[in-house]
Design a protein around this ligand. Sequence first.
Ligand code: HAM
Length: 417
Amino acid sequence: MYRAPRGTSDILPADQKYWHYVEAKAKSAAQHFGYSRLETPIFENTRLFTRGVGQGTDIVEKEMYSFQDRGGDSMTLRPEGTAPACRAYLEHGMHNLPQPVRLFYFSPAFRYERPQAGRYRQHHQFGIEALGDSDPSVDSEVIELAWRLMENLGVKSPTLMINSIGDANCRPLYLESLKNYYSPLVPNLCQDCKQRYENNPLRLLDCKKDSCLNFKQNAPRTVDQLCNDCEKHWQSVLTYLETIDVPYLINHELVRGLDYYTRTVFEIHPEKEGSQSALLAGGRYDGLIQELDGPPTPGIGFAAGMERLVLSVKRQNTEVAEEKPVKVAIVHIGETVTQTAIHIASQIRQFGVPAILAPAGRSMRSQLRYVNSLGIPYAVIIGQDELDKGSAIVRDMAKAEQMEILIGEVANHIATY
Ligand code: HAM
């Protein structure tokens, strides 16, 4: 038997209502804050990610689904949405529009990771990006949007963690002091951290291994070595968040796994989850567009894992309505009435009421059982006798009450229920 590839899953009909629910809340939050939808292709030139996300990152080193197309170009299934959004911003001259340009997207993302709960090889992201404005008020806007989405989804006791990791001015000095601190500890670090020390020292703060935890605790903090501009920005972001009552927790170890981040970084975690559990994550990336050969252009955004949001909505037992469930089924007995049954169903749908035909060729009892088992509230029953009289029977399944109605008026009548 064929199975979906490891780390991927089918989103089955029974789950769709949760996905639609989360999508609707996310879209409405984005639009409420003035964001417009952008969709980019599922694959891009590999270089967009190697340059955008960064050579030393797990994503680029180990996780990309890259392939050579028939023209010999290296393509990569999108592992994330920020670099593609910046590419689209540049390609379509959005830097000529009034800034900031506010964008949101829903898109699948592909990473060759070790699958586990909440971690997949194909996941789906809801993301937003505000491009072209470095003001801290935009940071607080983006974080507020994320926070309001958690509120609107009824996520129980989420934690917003925030940090500033400085910029091209102050980061090099910070990294130097971080390396000085870690230098005598290298022999005791885990294998991954030994590599991080060489290639991407900031990620030393991201290690989740017990053996490295103690070292992290005494490591120098990014926020203690910010340059004046970054410090001013950081303080403003915190003040603005307090003004709008968005509660935050400063986490000095929060550095994020993608290279493009500058200044503000943040994550929102659910109550009681492991370290791999961020519902959403993001930050500022003021150097990314320039890295992609554009003019110096600041940006900030976040992406939320749709699977993780859906899971949290399900766990909370949130009441999620069926979207337009089927309201009526046409029970039809005998080949001669099928044509009329098809016509009635078609008319009912044209009145905006979802309708289906019960399976042909079965007895009335069997068809009614089918209608019942799907929880469809009304049946329109038509056999040869009814057809001869030019009428049909409309049955309320729960009350077991029925009435006879002229065929031409069935659709009109059902639409009033
Ligand atoms: P990220 O932290 O790599 O950031 O992913 C964002 C979110 O996507 C995570 O917080 C998580 O909810 C979800 N996610 C990531 N990987 C997986 C996975 N393998 N399985 C399930 N869910 C996953 C980014 O992608 C940045 N582009 C976010 C951003 C936007 N930064 C600025 N703008």
